[in-house]
Write a protein that binds this ligand. Structure first.
Ligand code: GDP
Length: 443
């Protein structure tokens, strides 16, 4: 998952500051040196890092910090806000034409994930009650049209194609007409990619642009290519005036440099991120939530949204309340695991839970899906009273639970310890999860 290294390093830096009652200029300088290194290691653009550190330092040396009783936390707050700002401040939503259809043009190099993203976007729009039409404009890559048609069939979304012998501009023109005739409210044009940016490609994209006057020009870039992705975005933007970037393969990008640099380098906001090959692995990009994830503070809002889209809304809200108040029991834990399993790969979900990243560092918490079965077996072997009040689980009960679940005493001990830590951590962090952006109370 993205930002793993960065989150760990930032948490170490802030860990040192947190305990201090007073912070000197030297402390700030030391911390900023480490933050700078952490960002460079995460492959964030050099200039972006320099500007970022400059801004944070200026604020961190200001009165607000030196006069605070908890200067470490004020600095974390400053970094949080600046990270959010760096990634665009607030969410950039998809443009919408008041006179449908809204035309979305997809662009990107080959292999970036353009065709897959076209399908994912169609699914997202369809889920919101829209009727998208896909236009197969990539006539050069051998299987691209077929790939889009297969996606269309899977989603039950129509795909407009004229084969690979008609020019993409003509395909786009006729496709758009078809959308108007048949009353589609969104059109997504899949265009051809190349291995590298070349003039012919740009010329063709510009012609499609002129012909269809898109409301949205989304560039799909592969996050795993780091700064190359940022450079590609900058080049495309010069020629095509992009309206947004879709960052794909964030699930495989452990560093995260592209996500942090794209907006600052190109001026173009990231609108979506993609975290997997499945069709529902596309998420709207929220700078403030991503900053929160990077700082290891979790992303409860995205988690709740995911839960709401796939799961009983009432239950998800209740769970969130319990988490905030650190009220949940092993029964809730079990139910939560059941629900979480439906949401996607566990390591991605875990990163959205506040404090979880830290727990992963502190304890050797395994988050692979196989481990879930063992954890569930342990909880199932507890009595109702034990699940409701874990405090009563003494040594002999632990031994019984281990035998009953076919696990070991050590595993039972570890789970109970982790459960306790999770509760504590959530209580501490609950103040920070105020969706209205209230001041951080604790970290
Ligand atoms: P295109 O040439 O840009 O149209 O690329 P495709 O849409 O064909 O995608 C190239 C490959 O990347 C395919 O194998 C996709 O399944 C994969 N892919 C796309 N998006 C993601 C993502 O977010 N995560 C992962 N892991 N794979 C992805």
């Amino acid at each position: 998952m993205a930002f793993e290294g960065l989150t760990t390093r930032l948490q170490n830096v802030f860990g040192k500051l947190r305990g201090k009652g007073k912070i000197s200029e030297d402390d700030v300088n030391d911390a900023m040196r480490e933050v700078r290194l952490a960002l460079l290691e995460a492959d964030v653009n050099f200039k972006v890092v320099k500007d970022f550190i400059g801004k944070v330092k200026e604020k961190a040396l200001g009165k607000e910090v030196t006069e605070s009783f908890t200067p470490g936390m004020v600095i974390i707050d400053i970094v949080n806000k600046e990270l959010t700002e760096l990634m665009g401040g607030t969410q950039s939503k998809l443009n919408k034409n008041n006179r449908p259809p809204t035309v979305i043009m997809m662009a990107g190099l080959q292999g970036a994930g353009k065709t897959t993203t076209t399908g994912k976007l169609a699914k997202m729009l369809q889920k919101q009650g829209n009727r998208p039409l896909l236009i197969a404009g990539d006539i050069y890559r051998p299987a691209a049209i077929k790939q889009l048609q297969v996606l269309g069939e899977q989603l039950n979304v129509p795909v407009f194609s004229l084969g690979d012998q008609v020019s993409p501009v003509e395909i786009a023109r006729q496709g758009l007409q078809e959308a108007k005739d048949k009353g589609h409210d969104y059109v997504i044009i899949d265009t051809a990619g190349r291995l590298h940016i070349d003039e012919q490609l740009m010329e063709e994209l510009k012609q499609i642009h002129t012909e269809t006057k898109p409301d949205e020009v989304l560039l799909v870039v592969d996050a795993m290519t780091g700064q190359d992705a940022v450079n590609v975005a900058a080049s495309f933007n010069e020629q095509l005036s992009l309206t947004g970037v879709v960052l794909t393969k964030l699930d495989g990008d452990t560093r995260g440099g592209a996500a942090l640099s794209v907006k600052a380098v190109t001026g173009c906001p990231i609108k979506f991120i993609s975290l997997g090959e499945k069709l529902d692995a596309l998420e709207p990009f929220h700078p403030e939530r991503m900053a929160s994830r990077i700082l290891g503070m979790g992303d409860m809002l995205s988690l709740i949204e995911k839960a709401q889209s796939g799961i009983d809304e009432k239950k998800a809200k209740e769970m969130e309340r319990k988490m905030r108040n650190a009220e949940f029991t092993f029964d809730d834990f079990l139910e939560q695991m059941e629900q979480v399993k439906q949401l996607g790969p566990l390591d991605q979900i875990m990163d959205m839970i506040p404090g979880m990243n830290k727990m992963k560092q502190k304890s050797d918490l395994k988050v692979d899906d196989k481990q879930v079965g063992r954890i569930e077996a342990i909880v199932h072997s507890m009595t109702s009273a034990e699940k409701q009040s874990p405090d009563i689980i003494n040594y002999s009960r632990r031994k019984r639970i281990a035998t009953g679940s076919g696990t070991s005493l050590a595993e039972v001990n570890r789970l109970i310890k982790q459960f306790d830590e999770m509760k504590k951590m959530m209580k501490q962090l609950s103040g920070m999860m105020d969706p209205k952006g209230g001041k951080n109370k604790a970290m």
